[in-house]
Design a protein around this ligand. Sequence first.
Ligand SMILES: Nc1nc2c(c(=O)[nH]1)N[C@H]1C(S)=C(S)[C@@H](COP(=O)(O)O)O[C@H]1N2
Ligand SMILES: [Mo]
Length: 550
Amino acid sequence: MNRKMRAFAAGAVGAILAFGLAELVHGIYDLVPSVFLAIAQRIIELTPGGFATQAIETLGTADIPVLIASTVVGSLVVAGLLGVLSLRSRLAALLGVVGLGAIALVAAFTEPFIAPIPAILTILGALGLGAWFADYLVRMSDLRAETPAKGEAAPAQDAPGAGETRDAPIMNVRHREAHSTRGIAVPRKNFLALGGAAAVVGLTAAGTGRALSGGGGEETAAAGPIQVGGKGGAALHETLPPPPAAASIDVPGMPPLMTPNDEFYLIDTVLSSPRINVDRWKLNVKGAVENPVSFTYKDLLDMPTRESDVTLSCVSNEVGGGLVSNARWTGVLLSDVLKEAGVSRENIGRASEQLIGRSADGWTGGFKTEIALDGRDALVAFGMNDSELPVKHGYPVRLVVPGIYGYVSATKWLTEIELTDWDYDAYWIQRTWTKEGPVKTQSRIDTVKDGDRPQAGRIPIGGVAWAPHKGIDKVEVSTDDGETWNEARLAAQLDPDTWRQYVYDWDAEPGEHTIKVRATDGEGETQTEEPTPPHPSGATGYHTIRVTVA
Ligand SMILES: Nc1nc2c(c(=O)[nH]1)N[C@H]1C(S)=C(S)[C@@H](COP(=O)(O)O)O[C@H]1N2
Ligand SMILES: [Mo]
């Protein structure tokens, strides 16, 4: 390793130590935020439309690990470069560390739940430790002393500005020269051993912190059963019978009618789901309402509840993609919640035209208040497929609104409902997605995959079609690239708000075939053939696959 490489390694090791310590503290005390998660989170939020939109479109749910990995690697590279910079000017490197500290503090303080003093102490302590250790490695291995002439020649470049600071690096260089003449040079082996040991310590601390904070493990956290109703009795708690057998078609590869919670698609902007203490949680209904009210979790459970089967879909779903799922939701009607705040269909005005759902993490979704009151099963939901909402799906409470995409409506970790005018732009609207997000009618082929090479004979081509709140009236399959269409057999429609299964039994003959599917909604309208990308209002076009029949 040459001198610069060692200095780079020293800086990177310092960063690993700093991250390790910060993660460890976060693991022990979760009101000290995870610094790298906080930084990655700010990157998501600050990138105007671009990154987040692109990442969600192209990487789907993989965007989060990719972003975290880039944040970590990026930080190590910056720290390494500061190590190299410190060879020329310790002061400049120190300023760099101060800059990193400022970024970490700003990122941390934008997190929703934070204990300020411990967070500051942790960040400063971790950075101090990392910088000190990196500097120690550089000093002890005498990296700076090897080319004092270079250091002497460089002050102008090192100096960030005023004459006063201009002198400082020179003095530092001299100091280091003096220091080096004392001859404390660490041989290469010791450098590697010491640096390696520190890296191991840092990574272990980070790993321990991650494990303690349950990072990544949250999907598996089992959600308990829902405990509805204290006083009301059964009449106030409408339940649904199990889905009839006729609503499902039993063909290999068909997605289950009700998506199990751990298979339900996931889309959100948080790197780590807010963990909400349900005993302290409140839902505030505010803004342009007659009677601002607030509900505890128990208040909601004591209201008349209902179950509702609703298919949720993401605007960034590609044609044929998996960002669509169906669940049985339990909750109270959003219209009942609004009624308590004095809002009715008759008194919606300009000032209350839009309903904003605000999340504990600050995310917002907004839609026409009218939609909450037009009779559809818009729910303030706390149950999903007979259990409490899983943390990742919005525990303790979220919104579920049939017929409009999740990005405008389905606020998870809901803490606030605010009525406001139409001018307000919620999270994804600020990032260039369209203001109203009606779900576009879509259909997907599931039982046969693109590139399959099935045997000739009877092949069931099946899947799901959805036009939430309108329902599906017809699904057609073409096996000749759209020349001719065959009506598929439909399963019973569970609810107009859910997807509907279909199958077409194809007598396949050898050769190459292009298969397409299209659906017609409950209002007689067939989905558009013209292919458009998800951005800005949802993908259109027919799901198309190619198979070679042997
Ligand atoms: N707080 C919060 N709620 C949110 C989001 C989010 O990023 N943050 N994403 C929305 C989007 S874009 C969609 S498609 C749905 C997805 O819900 P799910 O992850 O439970 O499938 O949640 C919505 N609710
Ligand atoms: Mo979405």
